[in-house]
Design a protein. Structure first.
Length: 199
């Protein structure tokens, strides 16, 4: 889809996980490689924001055609990666229409889900299309260009969810029942291994 890019936020240190979560394998791929594959199946422009352990993660995906961005302020939190990724995307695509933010530790994100976000944006004229799961709205989420200035101003641990909550009339959702599954701890990863792959 022209004018729409995907930004994968992957700069964190995985401190609760106890290893480099981005390089953990689920099925036959690492989390980060799976995320890039999914994004590239949906859009032409994919940006991966890296921070902690950048060199090791970079080696895993540098052959995949994504644009890799180093977020020197990654320790600030998610907001710094949103700013770094969106700034780079706008340099590449000054006339960009929308951007999708996703992370690499939601293993059940699929190209179909990203396609649904884009289609809903086109059909609904809503500027925010969020994934909905377990009575919440979150990422992957698409933001139209109206919200680019607000995204470039986020700080600290604030992420996309805060903007979604603040603009209840501006968003609609796409159901993503398995969106609640994300991997923060070794226990989360153990539970994931017991689930059928790509259910």
């Amino acid at each position: 889809m022209e004018g729409i890019g995907v930004i994968i936020l992957a700069a964190g240190s995985s401190s609760r996980y106890g290893g480099i979560k981005q390089l953990a394998f689920y099925g036959d791929k690492t989390f980060i490689r799976h995320a890039v594959d999914v994004a590239r199946a949906a859009v032409k422009k994919v940006i991966v924001v890296l921070g902690a352990n950048m060199e090791k993660i970079k080696k895993e995906i540098e052959d995949m055609g994504a644009t890799l961005v180093f977020n020197k302020d990654w320790q600030e939190g998610m907001a710094s990666s949103i700013r770094a990724g969106l700034s780079t995307f706008l340099e590449m695509e000054p006339e960009a229409a929308a951007v999708i933010f996703m992370v690499c530790d939601q293993p059940f994100v699929s190209p179909s889900l990203l396609d649904q976000l884009i289609t809903k944006h086109t059909e609904s004229n809503k500027e925010i299309i969020a994934s909905t799961y377990q009575h919440t709205a979150g990422i992957p989420a698409l933001f139209g260009k109206t919200f680019f200035p607000a995204l470039l101003r986020v700080t600290g641990q604030s992420g996309a969810k805060k903007i979604i909550r603040q603009h209840g009339d501006a968003w609609t959702g796409v159901p993503f029942p398995l969106g609640y599954i994300d991997i923060d701890t070794p226990e989360d990863f153990e539970r994931l291994q017991k689930k059928p792959f790509n259910t």
